[in-house]
Design a protein around this ligand. Structure first.
Ligand SMILES: [Zn+2]
Ligand SMILES: [Zn+2]
Ligand SMILES: [Zn+2]
Length: 154
């Protein structure tokens, strides 16, 4: 076991904790992460935290809008998570669900966060920016039915 608690030289190059090869930042579909340049021999991948690789093994919960890390609110403030980008204007909050943020769905039409609502005809998903934005999706197996609206609709 090597001690990985020390901090490397103050350069922009970050090294793989497993094989010491440089890491590269990859823009994944679910947000940026760091992969080892030794791939496929080394399958190390690290989370991106403020532009740096993080060795945290735990999966970070990410803001569905800006991919910044979600932070759990202090217990006395209630059971919810908020985006660490809130000072930069991201107001995303997600309810806590057994210690994890609830699953978030983004509208394909407006890019906003969707929230589940109860209507006269049952449950549906509505835009969080309602009433400014009136995007809705029907509920299908507890998630928004994105097939319902043509993708090109704006
Ligand atoms: Zn590696
Ligand atoms: Zn955010
Ligand atoms: Zn919207």
């Amino acid at each position: 076991m090597t001690d990985t608690s020390h901090i490397g030289p103050p350069s922009r190059v970050h090294f793989c904790p497993a094989c010491k090869k440089p890491l590269r930042r990859i823009d994944g579909k679910k947000g940026p992460f760091w992969g080892c340049t030794g791939f496929p021999f080394c399958k190390t991948s690290l989370n991106d935290v403020d532009g740096k690789p993080s060795r945290d093994i735990d999966e970070h919960y990410r803001c569905p809008l800006c991919t910044r890390q979600l932070v759990r609110a202090a217990p006395e403030k209630g059971d919810y998570w908020f985006c660490s980008g809130f000072q930069k204007g991201c107001k995303v909050t997600l309810a806590d669900h057994n210690g994890r943020p609830e699953t978030a769905y983004l509208s394909h039409r407006c890019g906003h966060l969707l929230v589940k609502r109860k209507g006269k005809n049952g449950e549906f998903w509505g835009c969080r920016e309602y009433p400014q934005c009136k995007t809705t999706y029907p509920d299908k197996n507890n998630r928004p039915d994105f097939d319902f609206f043509p993708a090109e609709h704006t």
